[in-house]
Design a protein around this ligand. Sequence first.
Ligand code: NAP
Length: 267
Amino acid sequence: MDSIRVVIAGATGRMGQEAVKLVQREENMILAGAVSRSRIGEDVGESVGIGSVGIALTDSLEDALVQSRPDVLVDFTTPEVVYRNTELAIQYGVRPVVGATGLSQGEIHELEAMCWDRGIGGVIAPNFAIGAVLMMNFASRAAKYLPHVEIIEMHHDRKLDAPSGTALKTAELISREREEMKQGQPDEKETLEGARGGYKDGFRVHSVRLPGLVAHQEVLFGGPGQLLTLRHDSMNRESFMPGVKLAAEKVMTLDHLVYGLEKILDE
Ligand code: NAP
């Protein structure tokens, strides 16, 4: 297979920098362009600390798409620009691999329709950590047989939302597999507000925020005489890159857009 030509939007951000390093080190990928708001004109390799790679940062995604004619756009920007970037890529027949979060359901449906019209593949994944996606999958399977469950997610203390998107998604998958059932002692009283965590269809979701943490989650299932614990830890942003690579390869063979990394894991 020919090498996959990749443009990265948000290339100077924390995730974008990892994506630049990924594309540079993978033999089947070529960095075709790098888009950013800052450090325009600078060699992107210099700005991510891997030495010159011969690609200058530009602030125009359209110029990058027109000039470098990539196969794939990897987007790790922000909720404000991700929709427009993805739409633009599809208009140019460039397959989107979207990691930036914040797209609404409506926007995702519109982007799906655009990919259908163009007959091109795309992946939007709120979590590119393959281990986290597997954890959600296993949790959903376990909930069928061990319906008593609690989720504890742990993140760095700069995180704005609680619970995390991954915890919410895990909770939704679990809810699909079990009847709504209030767990614990029916007469339970909280003597400290919030001590039992957030309530989701009868079970509890707890959020821990501390410096030193990155992104971690445990799903605990309890049954008579047994406890099953699923745990996933993202130690750093590199943990997301195998998922990005998988998606960039997969979009080359798809003719439509998929939402969620789990959709391409077993295909
Ligand atoms: P970040 O460090 O703030 O990087 C954001 C990037 O977007 C930077 O390159 C920034 O440019 C650029 N940007 C910001 N506003 C822009 C605008 N108005 N126009 C054009 N470019 C703009 O954020 P991050 O931690 O890398 O996260 C990026 C996104 O990925 C977020 O949505 C985050 O939730 C998501 N994320 C996804 C996953 C996943 O697995 N899918 C994992 C982690 C994070 P400057 O550098 O010039 O400011």
